[in-house]
Design a protein. Structure first.
Length: 166
């Protein structure tokens, strides 16, 4: 569980359970980036086919028929990488949107990387403000508002109510 202070987002239309889901979705950001990079460089070899008997004959296949899975291992890897990249893009675009909102609300130019660091690390905002090297260029209370905006944007993107920024 993150050590950050829980956010009250009921006024923003986000329940406690949805907030926790978004929090843990963001905590997977670094792992998803590593996995997507690893899948890019992964060389796949053809797996050993699964053998089965049907009507006295021996058959081999990569996956059982009717399983609903992609039987091509390269296509399956590409699909997994696409899902990871979509999640990564969603978090980065929500941070960019929150950064633009901060510019409009507080007249501060805040780098989206501050927001990403605040929502993807277990230490959270308080640890960022404790270290002068990682402190965002705005007050802590203002940054909490920007973080709420980030979660609202991410929530809307995940629900399909808001189109990702290109």
């Amino acid at each position: 569980m993150p050590s950050t202070r829980p956010i009250k987002l009921n006024d923003w239309g986000i329940t406690w359970e949805e907030y926790k889901e978004l929090t843990y979705f963001c905590l997977q950001y670094d792992r998803k980036k590593r996995d997507a990079a690893a899948l890019l460089t992964l060389r796949l070899s053809t797996p050993v086919p699964e053998m089965y008997h049907k009507n006295g004959k021996l058959y081999g296949t990569f996956m059982p028929h009717g399983s609903g899975h992609i039987s091509d291992p390269v296509a399956a890897t590409a699909a997994k990488r696409d899902r990871l990249l979509k999640d990564i893009r969603m978090i980065e675009q929500a941070a960019k949107g929150a950064s633009e909102a901060a510019r409009e609300l507080y007249k501060f130019d805040i780098d989206p990387r501050y927001i990403i660091r605040a929502v993807t690390q277990r230490s959270g905002v308080q640890a960022m403000y404790a270290n002068p090297d990682t402190r965002p260029p705005m007050g802590e209370r203002q940054f909490y508002t920007v973080r709420r905006i980030f979660y609202w944007i991410l929530h809307e993107m995940k629900n399909g109510d808001l189109e990702p920024i290109e």
